[in-house]
Design a protein around this ligand. Sequence first.
Ligand SMILES: [Zn+2]
Ligand SMILES: [Zn+2]
Length: 346
Amino acid sequence: MKALVYHGAGKKRWEEKSLPQLIESTDAIVRVIKTTICGTDLHILKGDVPTVNEGRILGHEGIGIVEAVGESVRNIKVGDKVIISCITVCGSCHYCKRQLYSHCEDGGWILGHKIDGTQAEQVRIPHADNSLHRLPAGVDEEAALMLSDILPTGLEIGVINGRVQPGHTIALIGSGPVGLSALLASQFYSPAHIIMIDTDENRLRVAQQFGADTIINPARQNVVEEIQKLTDGIGVDVAIECVGIPATFKICQDIIAAGGYIANVGVHGKSVELHLEDLWIKNITITTGLVNTNSTPLLLKSVQSGKISPEKLVTHRYLLSQIETAYEVFGNAAQEKVLKIVLTAE
Ligand SMILES: [Zn+2]
Ligand SMILES: [Zn+2]
């Protein structure tokens, strides 16, 4: 089969690999129908994730058809159409018993990281019963693909960790795919006012279409002054950080109201300044996290009923065999106006 293989920092190739085989009795083999590229894949290619070895097939998002299952797999059957969760879940370890699946001792984020991933014609999925979600007939495949990672991440690590409540004023910092996912998910909780902050005008316009009430561009506006005006000097109840750089984390600290929540979603590569000299007295809470994907079954129902349309995040489409071109386009996101790219197998 063909797969996108990592060959060290800056190097990747669409090349021939042997088909994955069942190893454990709890495994399934899935033929990939659709997959996508994540910002995390770009981090890996930059060499930012040293736990990824050369020769690894990248990708942790996808939907597909089950080709084979091990003898212990009970719920997933050959022929099922499934969402591949970015988090592998054993279901019985110390962390899984606390629903902290992202830290599963025999799983967590391993796809396209510690084991071969989904940017391939076929992929082996460990603990298939817990790590695959059967896709009901009639659900849009592109919408379902967004449930592998970004929608659950926006909901769990942004909106739920940030304790968004009806009537809240919330600010999202970063209008990329995950920030926009958090924006979509926040509307389950009816915040009174949603503010999106980003320096990319195109992405701000998309945020407005997705339901942002106010957009702020720090490149030409003073964020703190704008938020003060909007909130009568109080600040926002929730600030959701979806970028992962010191400047955006600072914005969160500058605009948070007393009693507020700062929910960090962004992947940080360097340390940030924490202004406890201002914040110690403000009764705020800061949360961090990696998605657990325990919200995926509920999000799937919301997609099925039409309450949420995450397929709106898809801006570009290619064949899976064109993945190297797709990487170039995705790496040039601002210029190419890319949010999510769908790669479809032939
Ligand atoms: Zn991802
Ligand atoms: Zn586990």
